[in-house]
Design a binder for this molecule. Structure first.
Ligand code: HEM
Length: 523
């Protein structure tokens, strides 16, 4: 008997065998995940436990809406995907974030997409490696260092106010663009000793925020489709351009602009900002091994500082502008408090004095609560010990969370906890003051905007200095002339995650107009 097969038949048989084996493999994997997997005993929708498709649906297809879904799921569930548990108990925050041996989630699904895209693979660093890297940079962000460069914050703040006031009687504009020019100029000058100069341009565009925004819009797809980020990184520039305009903007920054600045810094590694060494020259002069000072690694770090330093602070100031311009009572309370410590509106008090103002602090805390920097979940893995979740604190069951599995909490969910923040969706700065009118330090511990522990925001002190100084300057100099333009709560309220919390996609942003004459904001 003669056996003869055509090429097509061989191909068909190969394809069907491959498909059958793949289907079998997937079925066994799905079954394993809901039966013998170490997390199988944790309650969660079967679909979420079996595959990442559930999360993909909410984050990629529905645009960053998994956090809201997790909030709904929490009535019954804690397992939110095959590999990860989620907790919404504020009493568990310190266990997850403040313990030294926990590292950022190493699982490929959650490797923090910023650095993966920009060559530093920060997300999968172990604790010691991260600590070694951070030691070099964290001294640039200590409180005393920020006080040394506070003059720069004042200088940029005045430039921002002058530029806004020069627009009296002109067309409305999006205030977030203006604030991001201020924050990007600030961080670029401290990073390289030379500012990007966005505040010196005639309008508010181009600005660094549009680049960060382009990245954030793609963050979920980068997170879910493995390898896409490194593929985008390896593509030659002309192909990136052809694929997407957004990718092109990011690629130019990562492949051309930042490396050029770093090379320049390498040549003159002694740039100073108000007699303080710039961040880049501090890193170059540090005792970090040469493998940590490569162009690729420093580009990743610079990108992360530029993005972190630009976006969250400008968004927080935007929220501040909306709530203060729409609440004259709060504006007048702030005006009275700040005016009491300055002789004239053009003399902005220093950060230390502003920090002592209770109502200003309460307003800032409320802004940070309502639009926390990173709104979605930040997973951590306990590498050396199992975590015990003791439900006794909250009448929930006790769980032993096996070591090696990511546990996450979401800042937005914690900040919306009605048992801690009644009427959580409303802007109520007074909730942060105790009966004596001082800031309630116990409640302040519940704020997680900058995260906690060794992976918390490195730029926290710079952010707080910028927020206080800029807010005070806006109150004294700009708000008497400024009004909101066709803006409502929809333009500021949290709607979905794109790394940070974003309002509805229909929003045109918080738009403002500067009147010809002041003073505005009537009682
Ligand atoms: C209101 C302002 C800000 C908020 C709410 C904020 C929030 C955060 C949070 C929550 C994280 C931790 C993310 C995680 O858990 O993975 C973080 C990390 C980071 N932030 Fe900020 N941030 C702000 C301003 C700044 C500023 C001004 C800088 C300036 C340099 C900055 C630079 C960074 C960097 C470089 C990281 C990564 C730190 C690391 O991996 O060790 N941030 N930020």
């Amino acid at each position: 008997m003669e056996l003869s097969f055509t090429f097509g038949e061989v191909l068909w048989s190969f394809a069907t065998s491959f498909l059958s084996i793949w289907t079998l493999y997937i079925s066994v994997l799905f079954l394993y995940r809901i039966t013998f997997h170490p997390l199988a005993k944790f309650p969660g929708p079967k679909l979420a436990a079996m595959s990442f498709a559930y999360e993909f649906w909410f984050d990629v297809v529905r645009g960053g809406r998994y956090t809201k879904q997790i909030l709904r799921m929490h009535e019954k569930y804690v397992r939110i995907n095959p590999e990860e548990l989620h907790c919404n108990d504020p009493n568990f925050v310190d266990t997850v974030y403040a313990s030294g041996n926990h590292r950022r989630n190493k699982s490929p699904q959650y490797v923090f997409a910023y650095p993966a895209l920009f060559k530093s693979t920060e997300g999968s660093l172990d604790h010691d490696h991260h600590r070694m890297r951070n030691a070099a940079m964290s001294r640039c962000f200590s409180r005393s260092r920020i006080c040394q460069i506070e003059n720069l914050v004042h200088e940029k703040t005045h430039r921002l106010c002058d530029k806004i006031l020069a627009l009296r009687g002109c067309e409305p504009f999006r205030i977030v663009d203006a604030y991001s020019c201020f924050t990007a100029d600030m961080i670029s000058e401290y990073l390289f000793g030379e500012s990007d100069g966005y505040l010196d341009l005639p309008g508010w565009e181009p600005n660094y925020r549009s680049l960060v925004d382009a990245f954030e819009r793609n963050i979920h797809i980068f997170r879910h489709v493995h390898g896409l980020a490194s593929l985008a990184e390896k593509l030659p520039l002309f192909l990136t351009n052809w694929l997407s305009k957004e990718l092109k903007t990011i690629a130019i920054d990562v492949k051309v602009t930042l490396p050029k600045k770093i090379q320049k810094a390498m040549k003159l590694s002694d740039a100073v900002v108000y007699s303080t060494p710039s961040i880049m020259s501090t890193m170059l002069a540090s005792s970090l091994p040469s493998s940590e000072k490569t162009l690729g690694r420093l580009t990743g770090e610079a990108m992360s500082l530029m993005a972190g330093g630009t976006e969250s602070t400008s968004v927080t100031l935007t929220l501040f502008t909306f709530h203060i311009l729409s609440n004259p009572i709060y504006y007048h309370r702030l005006l009275e408090e700040i005016s009491a410590i300055t002789a004239s509106p053009s003399e902005i008090p220093d950060w230390k004095s502003l920090e002592k103002l209770c109502f200003l602090n309460a307003v800032m805390l409320e802004c940070l609560r309502l639009l926390p920097g990173v709104s979605g979940r930040s997973p951590r893995i306990a590498t050396d010990e199992d975590l015990i979740y003791d439900g006794a604190n909250s009448s929930r069951p006790t769980y032993v969370i096996p070591r090696g599995y990511p546990v996450s909490m979401s800042t937005y969910i914690l900040h919306m906890d009605e048992s801690i923040f009644p009427n959580a969706k409303d802007f109520v700065p007074d909730r942060w003051l105790d009966e004596t009118g001082n800031v309630n330090r116990i409640l302040e511990r519940r704020l997680l905007s900058f995260s906690r522990g060794n992976r918390q925001c490195i730029g926290r002190q710079l952010a707080l200095c910028e927020l206080h100084v800029c807010a005070a300057a806006m109150i004294l100099r700009v708000f008497p002339y400024m009004e909101l333009f066709e803006t409502s709560r929809v333009d500021v309220d949290y709607d979905h995650d794109e790394l940070i919390g974003k309002p509805s996609p229909q929003s045109k942003g918080v738009r403002v107009r500067v009147r010809d004459s002041g003073p505005g904001i009537q009682q």
